[in-house]
Structure formats: structure tokens, C-alpha cells
Design a protein around this ligand. Structure first.
Ligand SMILES: NC(=O)c1ccc[n+]([C@@H]2O[C@H](COP(=O)([O-])OP(=O)(O)OC[C@H]3O[C@@H](n4cnc5c(N)ncnc54)[C@H](OP(=O)(O)O)[C@@H]3O)[C@@H](O)[C@H]2O)c1
Length: 331
């Protein structure tokens, strides 16, 4: 099966689901890693530890890629990326008041695609030093998205977390928010992150993780597992530097065994196969990259056409080690 075949099939399967009120409920099965995942075909789902809800293991980031201002061509392009995302079974979109016009771009995409509220897992952030400014910022963020409430709000870069986390917690207690979290993309902030994880009842943390940036493996990911916190992975491709640096390097032979057609897919498989990880949120300006990223988590993407054997879409420990080694050797 070629990548084009997988992409087309993925797109068609997802397109059939568009218009459904919720993502199809999938039965949960255990994996060799002990993490609960959904069985069946389509995008692999992961359980949110704080609830019984499952979400697709691939989400969509919006930092630089969706900061396109009012340019109608660029707005349409971003809506097309979002269209491919939803059609392929994606759900979580992540943004922040820090990302320029990205929130409004998401709002434009949701409206022009006619996406209903249940089809998106709306994830944003509060990012202010103003002790009293968080509530107004969240209202503006909701207006930008064109929605009344979020699924998940996070304290961006843990800024003023002592004031902002109680605000988010109050919203959750009042039923105006479902999940609360904090984010960072810097290893030097892991000590503070660990302190907050110890003190606050977080539903999610968002951190950087990929085959080259593995500091979270030591303490943060095990802590998240112990404390029942979901983990969102930002900067899976180091902002695109990783995929660019690997361009032109032949894929290792074992990639075919995992159904991986590109380095991007190998990287995403590496990330989401960690048992603590709930989802990765790669950003993209390209519809083909969007489909390729979702296909990394397609349950049937690992079919070996020679033997008709179904491979697990995710690498085991040995294979994960091989991915990290291959990327380390290639760069
Ligand atoms: N502290 C925080 O809260 C924090 C910090 C950083 C990021 N984040 C979140 O995490 C998201 C992801 O991180 P990021 O945007 O920094 O970077 P990223 O997802 O690691 O990389 C994005 C880049 O990867 C490229 N790309 C995407 N799919 C590809 C594919 N299949 N093949 C080749 N290249 C591909 C994109 O280029 P193309 O457009 O050409 O596809 C884009 O330039 C952000 O957008 C944001 O939502 C949060």
C-alpha cells in the first residue's frame, strides 16, 4: 500500500465521519505498553487519565503556521489544513493568546468548515502576568474561536501560575471548563514543572518530546503517569528543523515494518508510543503533511502487503530505540 493509498483511504474514512455528533466510540484494549488505546480502524485514540474520554493521538498545533492575519488565501489554506484534520479523524487543536492571529484563524476555519462544537477538542491557554487579566483574556480567546467554552485551558509557559491556575480550577469547578493544565517547551523549566505537578491537581501537562529531546523521559513523564495526568507533546519536529535536517536521508529498513513512509511518521510514532503520552500536536501549513501526520497513527497503516499481516501501528521498546539511534546517526 502506498502512502497515497493510505492518505486517500484515511481521508475517505474520516470524511464519512464528518457530521457525526461525536468521534465514533471505540472499544478500549490494552497494549504491550500498558496504555489504553482504542481498537478498530481509524486514528489511534488515547485515554485521558482524568476521565474515561479518549482523544486521537495526533492533534494540531497553530503557533507560527496559523498566524496569517487577514490574508484570504492564507486563511483558506489554513481552513483546508483543518478540513483535512477533521476529515482524517483529528480533534484536538491547540492555540494561545501568544500566537498572533492564530486563534482567529481557527475561528475562521471552524466557521467556514461548519464544524460543530462536539467535533473539536478546543485547547487554548491563558498567558498573562496580570493577576486579574486571565478571565478577560479567556473571554477574548473564546470570541476569537467563536465558541463559548473550552475543553482544556493551560497556563502558557507556567506564567503567573499561582494566580492563573486557581482561575482555571474555579472555571472547571463551575462547569465552564473540562480540563486544566500547564505548558512548557524548555528543559530548564522542568524543575518548576515538577513542583507544580506535585502541588496542583492538573489534568494535563504539555511538554516537548521527540527522539532528540528526551529530557522528559527521566522524571516528568513517569510523574505524569503516577499522578494520572494526560501529556500533550509540543514541538514534535523541533519547529520543522528536525524534518528539514532529515530530508534526503533514506529511511531505515525497519520503517516499512511500522508502516512509516517518512521520517515525520517515524518521529510521531516514536512520540505517541511512549506510554505516558496522550497526543502529539504537530503544526503544519500543508494539507499533505496534515494527512501524513494523521496517517502515522492510523490503526491499519502498518499492514504488510506481502504477508497480509497486521502490525501494531506503534513501535515497541526495541523499535523505539532503533528510531532514536537512526535519527541520532543521521544528524
Ligand atoms: N509552551 C508552549 O505552550 C508551546 C511551545 C511550543 C509549541 N507549542 C504548541 O505545539 C505546536 C507544535 O510545535 P511547533 O509549531 O513549534 O513545531 P512542530 O510541530 O515541531 O513543527 C512544525 C513544522 O513542521 C513542519 N511539518 C509538519 N508536518 C510535517 C511533515 N509531515 N513533514 C515535514 N515537515 C512537517 C511544518 O512545516 P509545513 O508547514 O511545511 O508542513 C512546520 O514548519 C505549536 O504549534 C503550538 O500549538 C506550545
Amino acid at each position: 500500500m502506498t502512502f497515497a493509498d493510505i492518505s486517500r483511504r484515511t481521508f475517505l474514512m474520516g470524511a464519512a465521519r464528518l457530521g457525526a455528533v461525536t468521534v465514533a466510540g471505540m472499544p478500549l484494549i490494552g497494549t504491550s505498553h500498558g496504555q489504553q488505546v482504542a481498537s478498530g480502524s481509524g486514528v489511534l485514540h488515547r485515554k485521558i487519565p482524568a476521565s474515561d474520554e479518549t482523544i486521537p493521538a495526533i492533534g494540531l498545533g497553530s503557533w507560527i503556521t496559523f498566524n496569517v492575519g487577514n490574508d484570504p488565501v492564507l486563511l483558506k489554506n489554513c481552513a483546508d489544513v483543518m478540513g483535512a484534520f477533521f476529515a482524517g479523524g483529528g480533534k484536538m487543536i491547540d492555540s494561545s493568546p501568544m500566537y498572533g492571529s492564530s486563534q482567529a484563524t481557527i475561528g475562521h476555519g471552524l466557521a467556514s468548515l461548519g464544524i460543530n462544537r462536539q467535533q473539536v477538542f478546543a485547547t487554548d491557554k491563558v498567558w498573562t502576568r496580570d493577576e486579574k487579566g486571565g478571565a478577560d483574556q479567556i473571554s477574548q480567546t473564546a470570541e476569537n474561536w467563536g465558541i463559548s467554552r473550552f475543553d482544556l485551558l493551560q497556563v502558557h509557559n507556567m506564567l503567573d501560575w499561582e494566580d492563573q491556575l486557581p482561575l482555571l480550577q474555579d472555571k472547571k469547578n463551575a462547569g465552564a471548563l473540562r480540563y486544566v493544565g500547564v505548558t512548557t517547551s524548555h528543559e530548564r523549566r522542568h524543575d518548576l514543572l515538577g513542583v507544580i505537578m506535585e502541588r496542583a491537581p492538573l489534568d494535563f501537562i504539555q511538554v516537548t518530546y521527540n527522539p532528540l529531546d528526551r529530557a522528559v523521559e527521566n522524571r516528568i513523564l513517569p510523574m505524569a503517569q503516577e499522578r494520572g495526568m494526560g501529556v500533550i507533546i509540543n514541538r514534535p519536529f523541533r519547529g520543522g528543523h528536525l524534518t528539514k535536517a532529515l530530508r534526503g536521508t533514506p529511511l531505515p529498513g525497519f520503517a516499512a515494518e511500522l508502516g512509516a513512509q517518512s521520517w515525520a511518521q517515524l518521529i510521531l510514532k516514536y512520540i505517541i508510543s511512549h506510554p505516558a503520552v496522550t497526543c502529539a500536536i504537530p503544526a503544519t501549513t500543508r494539507v499533505d503533511h496534515m494527512r501524513e501526520n494523521l496517517a502515522a497513527a492510523m490503526q491499519d497503516a502498518g499492514t504488510n502487503t506481502n504477508t497480509n499481516a497486521q502490525y501494531s501501528v506503534l513501535p515497541d521498546e526495541k523499535m523505539r530505540h532503533a528510531i532514536a539511534t537512526a535519527i541520532g546517526n543521521a544528524l
